[in-house]
Design a protein. Structure first.
Ligand SMILES: [Zn+2]
Ligand SMILES: [Zn+2]
Length: 124
């Protein structure tokens, strides 16, 4: 079950609402692939092949420098593949940087380390 997080910057007071985690429909690789752009989806299916490898999928918080938003992007890890597939920013289609640790993340608007998240609810 996924969580809806409200990310707030204590410094500039900007707020974002982001979906994190994954939903029930993401149990199958075929449905996970739909969260990615066509081109990436094709590549994922090609690499997965017939083997149907184990995978881990979730939406993760990230910071987009392009449109200066905190967004959630789809992240897929395939077993046996070192690099994860990461989807683009849903707002500007640019490349968003995953947030590993929110305490260390910098607000894309005011560049302060002042982001905090609270769980607002659940989805799926
Ligand atoms: Zn800020
Ligand atoms: Zn963006």
């Amino acid at each position: 079950m996924g969580e809806i997080k409200k990310v707030v910057c204590a410094s500039c007071k900007r707020e974002w609402q982001c979906m994190t985690g994954c939903g029930l429909s993401h149990a199958l690789l075929q449905s996970v692939v739909r969260e990615f752009p066509q081109e990436t989806g094709d590549k994922i299916m090609e690499e997965a092949g017939e083997a149907e490898p184990l995978f881990a999928f979730e939406y993760r918080l990230s910071v987009c420098g392009g449109c200066k938003n905190v967004v959630s992007v789809p992240v897929l890890e395939l077993e046996g593949r070192e690099e994860a597939f990461i989807g683009p920013c849903p707002v500007c289609q640019g490349e968003a940087a995953l947030i590993a640790d929110l305490d260390e993340a910098v607000c894309p608007v005011c560049n302060s380390k002042a982001l905090a998240a609270e769980t607002e609810g659940h989805w799926d």
